[in-house]
Design a protein around this ligand. Sequence first.
Ligand SMILES: [Zn+2]
Length: 69
Amino acid sequence: MTTPVRVCRHCQEAITDPETNGVIVAHELGNSGPGWDIWAHRWHAEQVQLINDDLLRIMLRIWAAQSST
Ligand SMILES: [Zn+2]
């Protein structure tokens, strides 16, 4: 067993120090097993677009509806 290398989703570079430089931006489920975490550099996390545009549009509509009540 080797420690899995954490790679930034945005720039594809290895995250050498996850304790200080890395954040988990998502978790993907595997076909078998517990799946894996999606990592990104702390300064790249906001640029990782995991949310599908259509889903985002739906969510924005829901949030707008909630805030208007
Ligand atoms: Zn990065």
